[in-house]
Design a protein around this ligand. Structure first.
Ligand SMILES: [Zn+2]
Length: 317
């Protein structure tokens, strides 16, 4: 009896500790914006994860269908995922039946946990390369990154990986709505998917585009990213939902594509004049004036030039 009692004490202490370890819910009030029939986007703050934004800075979205709700990119933590669920509850009491994770960067999918805990039967779709990377430890790394950058605001989050692979050409039907998956090689990463809803005229770009905000391209390819954005534009969609920044029309894809193209073409031109990447940056900056006001332009343009330089160099030889 004493043993059972001690075990009970130990167990309840442990579970209390686990509870206490979960950081509080998001403080700021966010709103889901309707961008098409039954399609909603919660536009996160621009910028990088911080204690102030509690790690929330992507664009979670949801689509209400006759069968249930599909979520795209439930965010960077269990707290963000729970906020997304509470926004869904304001619109419908249907269950969440599907989640699409656009790529492996943790600010987009660590919120899977909240959806899975509320709806354990949920199908979570992602590219197989993303699932493989999460399996090999990318999820755990992203948990650390989020905890560091937010000073613990994402505590309590754990890795819940996708359970259903999708790839170029996959067609998922949910409650009569078709979700077409696009993946055309290395782009923002090697595992991005875009989701096109022809009946709604909507495409979710993931981080193939930021709008008003620059994105890291360390895991990606300029030429691949440009190619994927051109494919997104060729769908004829009317509503473009970027990974970060406001939803728009085609300009939410063309602005970022034109930036990538301007950097790549400029670097190529100066590379052929035998300039090094640090000599190229100041010569290129005047051509990039159009994007100067974008969030994180100053902190990322140098790395974009260096990455484009490596890509041009690799293409030349
Ligand atoms: Zn990303």
């Amino acid at each position: 009896m004493r043993i059972f009692l001690s075990l009970f004490v130990v167990l309840s202490f442990f579970s209390q500790n686990v509870m206490a370890d979960k950081a509080p819910p998001l403080e700021a009030a966010y709103q889901a914006k309707r961008v098409a029939d039954d399609v909603f986007v919660i536009h996160g703050p621009k910028g990088v994860p911080s204690p102030e934004n509690q790690g929330f800075m992507n664009n979670p979205a949801f689509v209400v269908t006759a069968e249930g709700v599909a979520v795209i990119d439930p965010g960077s933590s269990v707290q963000v995922g729970e906020m997304v669920l509470s926004q869904i509850r304001k619109v419908t009491d249907k269950p969440v039946v599907a989640v699409f994770d656009t790529h492996v960067h943790g600010d987009h999918w660590l919120g899977n946990q909240a959806i899975f805990e509320a709806f354990p039967k949920v199908r979570i779709y992602a590219h197989p390369k993303m699932m493989e990377r999460v399996e090999k430890g990318a999820g755990a790394q992203w948990l650390d990154v989020m905890m560091d950058m937010t000073k613990g605001a994402t505590a309590g989050t754990r890795v819940v990986s996708a359970n259903s692979p999708v790839d170029e050409g996959s067609l998922i039907r949910i409650g009569g709505v078709e979700f077409h998956v696009l993946h055309d090689g290395k782009s923002h990463t090697d595992n991005d998917i875009m989701i096109h809803l022809p009946a709604k005229g909507v495409i979710f770009l993931g981080d193939n585009a930021g709008y008003g905000r620059m994105l890291r391209l360390n895991d990606g390819s300029f030429q691949g990213n440009i190619r994927n954005l051109n494919r997104a534009l060729a769908t004829g969609a009317k509503v473009f939902v970027p990974g970060h920044g406001p939803t728009g029309g085609p300009e939410a894809a063309t602005e970022y594509r034109d930036y990538l193209q301007t950097v790549y073409d400029g670097v190529k031109e100066f590379f052929e004049e035998d300039l090094s990447d640090f000599e190229i940056k100041p010569k290129l900056l005047p051509r990039l004036a159009r994007w100067k006001g974008w969030t994180d332009f100053d902190s990322l343009v140098g790395s974009h030039v260096s990455l484009a330089y490596l890509e041009v160099e690799a293409a030349e030889f």
